[in-house]
Design a protein around this ligand. Structure first.
Ligand SMILES: Cc1cc2nc3c(=O)[nH]c(=O)nc-3n(C[C@H](O)[C@H](O)[C@H](O)COP(=O)(O)OP(=O)(O)OC[C@H]3O[C@@H](n4cnc5c(N)ncnc54)[C@H](O)[C@@H]3O)c2cc1C
Length: 372
């Protein structure tokens, strides 16, 4: 689209998570008028760490916000997979580090620091908090949003970055619901000094025991460590009631440093969640409305690619708008570029467990996500 057409484009983004904030940055850089509508009354993310891959960091470089993001991260060289007791299984450099003009690391970041840095890079007044989308009406060449606070907004392009339970997806594109992955994740951020020697450098380590994976993600710039225990469990309650004793039982026989860190956890502060994803969605867009991030392709966290995919979606959408003749054409190009990649990531992100592990926890009745 021509620069003048992009300058006249009015964009409404639903959701100010990583996907919505990244899309707001990318599309406002094209010259479009962008408004972001977020249901929450403040911007906040669950306390846990994630890895921002080289491809995401390169996107930030192109958007002129590399330093603002890097400032709250630790650059990391590799990830390692070990047995429960710490014998190495594999160790690999993060893929993609040498794909750019300058070496680009994966950066480890606390989720809350990341959203603050990303939203902080948006122009003042772009994000409207306390706007929960209730309904969307697609008029073909534009769409109208109605919020529960009684206000409405109209835009030439609506980007639905409203997460795994997306209202826009349900209203316009698909009646499918989130799928329980048969897993729980217990997540906490602990002081590095209280991590019993687990924090030794800036690299991600995953320890694998039977039916349990422990992710140790250092956040040395904060003198902290993100600690995630993911276990097979048949209870699909979104916030399951699990005791500290039950959690400790899942890491029996693990490295002493992991057991001691887990014993010290203040259980009331641990984020306990059942893990959900969605099946691939056939159609991500109409002529004026498009899904982005988890609303389009929520995936399990085993590949650590959910946040990265949302950021790459934002870059691909901006590029498609620049290259296409019209919004309609751009949305088709965007889906063609991104959906094959995220379909595959969704598929492999479900492959975290062996048949033996699954049979132990789900005798005769595997979770739906493990049947394909
Ligand atoms: C604890 C945890 C750990 C994770 N670890 C990793 C990891 O290591 N690596 C990785 O890549 N991914 C990880 N993920 C997944 C990753 O965080 C998600 O894929 C990513 O946040 C998706 O971003 P999003 O913006 O698409 O959706 P979300 O982050 O879900 O954001 C959606 C936003 O939309 C808002 N919203 C929803 N409905 C409405 C509505 N009706 N009206 C207005 N606003 C609305 C929500 O309030 C929210 O702010 C993790 C997720 C969690 C929860």
């Amino acid at each position: 689209m021509k620069t003048s057409e992009l300058a006249n484009l009015k964009v409404a983004i639903v959701g100010a998570g990583y996907g919505g904030a990244a899309a707001a940055k990318a599309l406002s850089l094209l010259g479009a008028t962008v408004d972001v509508y977020e249901q929450a009354s403040e911007i906040r993310e669950v306390g846990a760490g994630i890895g921002l891959r080289p491809s995401s960091m390169d996107m930030f470089r192109r958007w002129g916000i590399f330093d603002a993001i890097a400032r709250v991260t630790s650059p990391s060289d590799y990830f390692e997979i070990l047995t429960a007791t710490g014998e190495p299984i594999m160790k690999d450099a993060w893929p993609g580090m040498d794909d750019y003009e300058v070496k680009t690391h994966t950066h480890l970041v606390h989720r809350n620091d990341f959203i603050e840095a990303l939203v902080g890079a948006l122009p003042e007044g772009m994000v409207h908090l306390g706007h929960k989308l209730e309904t969307i009406t697609d008029h073909g060449d534009r769409a109208t949003l109605t919020f529960t606070n009684g206000t409405t907004a109209e835009a030439d392009l609506v980007v639905a970055a409203d997460g795994i339970k997306s209202t826009v997806r349900r209203e316009l594109f698909s009646d499918q619901v989130p799928q329980f992955a048969g897993e729980h994740a217990y997540r906490a951020v602990v002081d590095a000094d209280a991590a019993h020697g687990l924090v030794v450098d800036d690299n991600l380590r995953m320890y694998i025991g039977k039916g349990t994976k422990v992710y140790v993600l250092p956040l040395r710039h904060r003198n902290q460590m993100s600690f995630d225990i993911t276990v097979l469990n048949p209870d699909g309650t979104w916030t399951p009631n699990v005791s500290k004793e039950e959690m400790l039982a899942t890491i029996e026989g693990f490295d002493e440093r992991i057991i001691n860190t887990a014993k010290d956890l203040d259980w009331d502060k641990v984020n306990v969640r059942a893990v959900y994803d969605i099946d691939p969605v056939d159609t991500w867009h109409s002529d004026a409305v498009v899904l982005l991030g988890d609303s389009a392709h929520s995936m399990c966290h085993h590949q650590g690619q959910g946040a990265n995919s949302a950021i790459l979606d934002a870059g691909a959408l901006a590029e498609a708008l620049q290259q296409a003749e019209s919004v309609k054409d751009a949305l088709a190009r965007y889906q063609a570029a991104r959906k094959p990649v995220t379909d595959e990531l969704q598929r492999i992100s479900r492959q975290g467990w062996t048949e033996d592990e699954l049979n132990d926890v789900f005798p005769g009745q595997k979770p739906a996500t493990q049947k394909a």
